[in-house]
Design a protein around this ligand. Structure first.
Ligand code: FES
Length: 443
């Protein structure tokens, strides 16, 4: 999970209109992947994400004093900038150089589409660009982000999103009346799945629903003809998960204020914890179930239905007692990918999609060898995909992320070798189709 950007907070959480405390002290305790952190914004508007335990004697920096230049630990007054630089070691004698030898571990933060993303990779690692998702490319007027806390393990939360037999099953007539769909999936890349769910309704009419899932915890579902929902799940710890979602409109601008108000009515701040949950049986009403709705939990908040499904399994579902059917082949495929990814990381490799993300904003598109777009949504320029392997090698040699990670010499050498191999391949006149495919497959 540390090979990917993780959503850490909504930008809204620093908005004094939603949380008046933020007007004077924009500091938040954050827990991500089982790690305790403190997120804050300094007087210049820069965000910093630091380990919570002060490097002096371990006091909790989430209780720190917010100052324009950084965060001051209230125990002995040490002060830290957003990048973890120690600015002051109060109480040390004049002339002390201790400050220059202390640094708090900090984590890069990126603000994107209303969400603050954190890079929790190894110290000193260069974070990649964020993936080139539509929700990130859309202008602010066409994108809306929100989040919610679920009291369950992150994997079971994510698996609800890639369970195509269920979506909206409890509350949507189409899903209920045509409840034996044909489910297909294909992997464009390892870790990049396209799920197609077909529900023949009449001889001439088939309901088609396409979901894209990207390892480890992102999927995109259609809400309407012009709006998609992108969900990203991030583990707080083993038994709590935040699900972030982005509405992306490919048509009209979104009424973000109305959407925010509608969502805020269902949660309590500052944790974005749903008002309904296990403590109140998720608002279940047996009479309502018998007479009015399929699930008996109202129709105003459909997210409550998913919440019930994943929380009612228990904080960590006992999968030794489940019985997956053929409609769950996508869940099985995802679990196989997950197990393989764990082995890959144990062996020192990169898990699925991390390499593509590291290749830059267009890394996924390049991997798919997609044709260069001639038009792009929102009137932007088409992405400049390489038209040939030669061009790709030129791009490789100039890729700032690779150069940063491996040094210009290594990247130059790699590009040189690849150009040489390509020239030799082009010059050979006895290669068959199979050899050509095999050769190019290696790229
Ligand atoms: S423990 Fe933080 S300044 Fe001493």
């Amino acid at each position: 999970m540390r090979c990917y950007w993780q959503p850490a907070a909504l930008v809204d959480e620093f908005d004094p209109r939603l949380d008046p405390r933020m007007a004077h002290r924009p500091v938040k305790a954050v827990r991500l992947l089982g790690q305790d952190l403190v997120l804050f914004r300094d007087g210049s508007g820069r965000y910093g994400l630091l380990d919570r335990a002060c490097p002096h004697r371990g006091a909790d920096l989430a209780f720190g004093r917010h100052e324009p230049e950084g965060l001051r630990c209230p125990f002995h007054g040490w002060r830290f900038a957003v990048d973890g630089t120690c600015l002051e070691t109060s109480a040390e004698p004049p002339g002390s150089t201790l400050c220059t030898r202390v640094r708090q571990r900090s984590y890069p933060v990126r603000e994107q589409s209303g969400v603050l993303f954190a890079w929790l990779g190894p110290e000193g690692s260069v974070p990649p660009e964020l993936p080139a998702f539509d929700c990130f490319a859309a202008p602010a007027s066409h994108s809306f982000a929100f989040k919610g806390l679920w009291r369950c393990n992150g994997l079971q939360a994510f698996e609800a999103g890639i369970d195509p037999a269920h979506p909206r099953w409890p509350m949507t007539r189409v899903m209920r009346e045509f409840c034996q769909p044909e489910i297909r999936f294909d992997a464009a890349l390892e870790g990049l799945l396209r799920l197609t769910t077909l529900r023949p309704m009449t001889d001439a009419l088939t309901h088609v629903r396409v979901t894209h899932a990207m390892f480890p915890a992102t999927f995109v579902i259609p809400l309407s003809e012009s709006i998609t929902i992108t969900q990203m799940h991030v583990a707080v710890d083993d038994t709590h998960t935040y699900w972030y979602f982005f509405f992306t409109s490919f048509g009209e601008p979104l009424d973000k204020e109305a959407m925010r108000a509608q969502r805020l009515a269902c949660v309590t701040l500052p944790d974005y914890a749903p008002k309904k949950g296990r403590h109140c049986d998720w608002g279940f009403d047996a009479d309502e179930q018998r007479t009015r709705t399929y699930l008996g939990m109202g129709e105003d908040d459909i997210n409550l239905h998913d919440q019930w499904a994943v929380e009612s399994m228990g904080a960590i579902q006992d999968r030794t007692k489940e019985h997956l059917g053929s409609s769950h082949k996508v869940i099985m495929a995802n679990r196989r990918t997950l197990l393989k990814a764990i082995e890959t990381v144990r062996a020192g490799g990169r898990p699925p999609m991390a390499a593509q993300i590291h290749a830059g904003l267009d890394g996924i598109a390049r991997s798919l060898q997609a044709p260069a777009a001639t038009t792009a949504p929102y009137g932007g320029e088409g992405s400049a995909l390489p038209a040939s392997l030669g061009e790709a090698f030129d791009a490789l040699a100039g890729d700032a992320v690779l150069v940063d990670a491996f040094s210009p010499t290594v990247v130059d050498w790699l590009a040189h070798v690849k150009r040489f191999e390509l020239a030799r391949h082009d010059a050979a006149d006895d290669k068959g189709d199979w050899q050509a495919r095999e050769y190019f497959g290696r790229f």
